[in-house]
Ligand binder design. Structure first.
Ligand code: NAD
Length: 479
């Protein structure tokens, strides 16, 4: 299957090697062995991709919305037809377990379907000016060439969540996927070419020289938009670059999600929600519950039930049937997770399950539950990005909400309670762009996904996601 995936850059509808023939080795995290290598774009390749995208923009922005919609719908259909193939590919280069990979393909494809439906519903407005002597017409126009930069944790979905709305709005794009997972992005490019997306509308540039290539792209006057998903650290750098050219910027950055369990919560459903909120994608998700605040009255029952559910998960190569948790993406990620666990234990946390690096090849880390974690522990402040759940007990819900808000991040929060009014009060007090109230998952292509504070700017998904790729054009007219 790996042999079927193109390994070159995709620029202007053509596959080609990097200008200086540089390559990136792609590693299988389940074995730590190389899978293949792909071309690694140079800044000059970046400039070539901007030319291609600029050239294609002229016709694409004028293509009938219905035609763009039909193409996106075809992309959805073909991706779902090949769900298993894409799932195996994602699992091979990212390491995630097949159930997570299959779910990602369905989620990723859904962005094509949702935005095929949005493509024909881009409305504007017309009203009489307050003075009564002219009309105010507002219509939406495609913003232009967009640079999309994506992370390795959802190699398909983070790309389609940007490509879908950009194409629906009439923009052309240059996608720079993460160097750990370039194959899925290249396979998506091939799929889009196969269904008939015109040359130059989608260009894909893997590169291990991310800073230089993205810097070149963002300084090109033909580029009008940057949409980034990744760490806050890199997002801030890109915002500085974007400022130089006053570029429209959408930023989906890091998280530090609290998961609050009130005293009246149904513990079985809270644990089921915790398993999804923590373990979807093996914990490598920006939406992953990072800190569990559990009311003292139910904390013993919650932590024991949660620990036993975590202990029952089978860890192994992501692409093996029956495996629930694959390896982490690379050794650096595993080292970071283990250092955070060590720090929490040094500060007095009890290890209920997990906590040790297994002796086997590949970057595995066991599902881990830590109880009685000190609020000072580093993992309460830092994104864990792995299968580790720290539990802190509380007695006062207002204090727990204040503790949950004591972070620079604000992507998503989770609350479990049997009292919907109490849940709504907490949900409204939480400083995050999204809240799961009695739900362990919020991501949905039809909903506005995004964060506040250092978690980001703008929204992806829903109607809002498409507006990010448009500009309002206001025409004043009298007749
Ligand atoms: P990362 O910031 O290291 O990399 C993201 C992308 O940026 C990659 O394509 C990378 O090659 C590129 N990049 C790295 N340095 C760059 C530079 N100097 N200039 C331009 N591009 C550069 O993040 P990651 O490790 O791939 O992903 C994990 C992070 O992504 C986590 O913090 C996670 O929370 C976040 N994330 C956020 C969301 C969200 O929607 N909010 C979704 C998924 C992941």
């Amino acid at each position: 299957m790996i042999a079927e995936v193109p390994t070159q850059l995709f620029i202007g509808g053509k596959w080609r090697g990097a200008d200086d023939e540089a390559t990136i080795e792609v590693i299988d995290p389940s074995t730590a062995k190389p899978l293949t290598s792909v071309s690694s774009a140079s800044p000059e390749d970046g400039t070539a991709a901007v030319h291609a995208a600029q050239e294609a923009l002229r016709a694409w922005r004028r293509t009938a919305p219905r035609v763009r919609a039909n193409l996106l719908r075809a992309a959805f259909e073909l991706m779902m037809e090949r769900q298993e193939w894409f799932a195996l590919l994602i699992s091979a280069e990212n390491g995630k377990a097949l159930p997570d990979a299959r779910a990602e393909v369905a989620y990723a494809a859904e962005f094509f379907r949702w935005y095929s439906e949005e493509a024909v519903r881009l409305d504007g407005s017309l009203h009489v000016a307050p003075t009564g002597d002219y009309r105010i017409i507002v219509q939406r126009e495609p913003i232009g060439v967009a640079v999309l930069v994506t992370p390795w944790n959802y190699p398909a979905a983070m790309a389609t969540r940007k490509i879908g709305p950009a194409l629906a709005a009439g923009c052309t794009v240059i996608l720079k996927p993460a160097s750990d997972t370039p194959l899925t992005a290249l396979a998506l490019a091939a799929l889009l070419a196969e269904i008939g997306i015109p040359a130059g509308v989608v260009n894909v540039l893997p590169s291990h020289r991310s800073g230089a290539v993205v810097g070149t792209l963002l300084s090109n006057p033909a580029v009008r938009k940057v949409s980034f998903t990744g760490s806050t650290e890199v997002g801030v750098k890109l915002l500085h670059l974007a400022a130089d050219r006053v570029l429209s910027s959408s930023m989906e950055l890091g998280g530090n999600a609290p998961f609050i369990v009130l005293a009246d919560a149904d513990i079985q459903s809270a644990v089921a929600g915790a398993m999804v909120a923590k373990m979807r994608n093996g914990g490598e998700a920006c939406t992953a519950a990072n800190r569990f605040y559990v009311h003292d009255a139910v904390a013993d029952e919650f932590s024991q039930t949660f620990a036993s559910a975590m202990n029952s998960l089978r860890v192994g190569p992501g692409y093996e049937e029956g495996v629930a948790v694959g390896p982490l993406v690379n050794e650096a990620a595993r080292k970071k997770v283990h250092a955070l666990v060590d720090d929490a234990v040094r500060r007095g946390a009890d290890v209920l399950v997990g906590g040790d690096i297994p002796h086997r090849e590949g970057y595995y880390y066991p599902p881990t539950v830590l109880d009685h974690v000190s609020p000072e522990a580093e993992l309460m402040h830092d994104e864990i990005f792995g299968p580790v759940a720290p539990i802190v007990r509380f007695t006062d819900v207002e204090e727990a909400t204040a503790a949950a808000n004591r972070t620079d991040y604000g992507l998503v929060s989770y609350v479990y309670t049997a009292d919907l009014a109490a849940g709504m009060r907490v949900a409204e007090a939480l400083e995050s762009g999204m809240v799961g109230l009695n739900r362990g998952v919020v991501s949905d292509p039809s909903a506005p996904f995004g964060g506040v504070k250092l978690s980001g700017l703008g929204r992806e998904g829903g109607h809002e996601g498409m507006l990010e790729y448009t500009e309002a054009k206001y025409i004043a007219t009298s007749w």
